[in-house]
Design a protein around this ligand. Structure first.
Ligand code: SF4
Length: 217
C-alpha cells in the first residue's frame, strides 16, 4: 500500500468543501466521471449561490436537475438531493456538522437515515468531511479487495472490515484514495494492466493467473 500511496499521491478532493457539499458531491458522483461530477457541482453552486441544505430544500427539482445535468441521472439525483436537503434542514437545523459530532457508528446511522444515503455515501462523508478512520468501499475498492484476496465477500460491511483490519487507522483515508486511483488507472475491471502494475508481485490474482498460464504451457 505504501507503494500505491507513492504512485498515486492522495488527491484530497473534499478540501475546502462543507460537509453538506461533500454529501451532495458523493450523490452526484454515482455512475459518472469525476469531471462530470465536478461540472455538476459547479453548475449547482452557480444556480443556488451556495450549496446549503436550506438552499437545496428551497429549490425546485427541475432547477436542481437542470443544474446537475452534466453529472447524469439528473432526474433521479435531483429529488434525492432535494430530499436530503429538506431532511437535514428540518431534522438537523441545516447543520450536518451536528451529525459529524456524533461517535462514528451513530454518525453513520444518522447519515444513513437521510433519504437515499447508503453505507458508501455515509462512509465517504465520514472519511472526507469528518476525517474519521473509515475505509469507504466503492466498486474499485471491492474489486481490488477480492483480487488481493483480502476477502471473498461481496457485501459492503465485510469488504470495509477487511480493509480496515489491514490498514492502520491514520492511513485509511489516504489508502482508500490510492486504491481508487489504482482501480481507475491500472487495476480496471476488464483487462487490468498488470504488466505496468507496481504491486503485481504481491497480487494474489496476478500470481494465480501466471500459475494458470505456466501450467497450460
Ligand atoms: S497485478 Fe493486476 S490485478 Fe493485481 S493489483 Fe496489479 S493491476 Fe490489479
Amino acid at each position: 500500500m505504501r507503494v500505491l500511496e507513492k504512485t498515486y499521491p492522495p488527491e484530497e478532493w473534499a478540501s475546502g468543501m462543507t460537509p453538506f457539499e461533500v454529501l451532495v458531491s458523493t450523490v452526484l458522483s454515482q455512475s459518472t466521471t469525476v469531471a462530470n461530477e465536478r461540472r455538476g457541482m459547479e453548475r449547482l453552486r452557480a444556480a443556488l449561490g451556495e450549496i446549503t441544505p436550506m438552499n437545496v430544500a428551497a429549490a425546485s427539482r427541475t432547477d436542481i436537475a437542470r443544474a446537475i445535468w452534466h453529472a447524469g441521472l439528473a432526474r433521479q439525483k435531483a429529488p434525492r438531493i432535494r430530499a436530503i436537503g429538506r431532511r437535514v434542514a428540518s431534522a438537523w437545523h441545516g447543520d450536518l456538522e451536528a451529525i459529524l459530532g456524533l461517535p462514528t457508528d451513530d454518525a453513520r446511522r444518522a447519515l444513513m437515515s437521510l433519504p437515499g444515503v447508503g453505507p458508501k455515501t455515509a462512509d465517504v462523508v465520514l472519511a472526507m468531511a469528518g476525517r474519521r478512520a473509515v475505509f469507504p468501499v466503492d466498486t474499485h475498492v471491492a474489486r481490488i479487495a477480492r483480487r488481493w484476496n483480502l476477502t471473498k465477500a461481496f457485501d459492503y460491511g465485510a469488504i470495509r472490515a477487511a480493509f480496515e483490519r489491514w490498514t492502520p487507522p491514520e492511513k485509511r483515508i489516504a489508502w482508500h484514495l490510492s486504491v481508487i486511483a489504482h482501480g481507475r488507472t491500472l487495476c480496471k475491471a476488464q483487462r487490468p494492466l498488470c504488466n505496468l502494475c507496481p504491486v503485481a508481485r504481491d497480487c494474489d490474482w496476478y500470481r494465480a493467473r501466471r500459475r494458470r498460464v505456466r501450467n497450460k504451457g
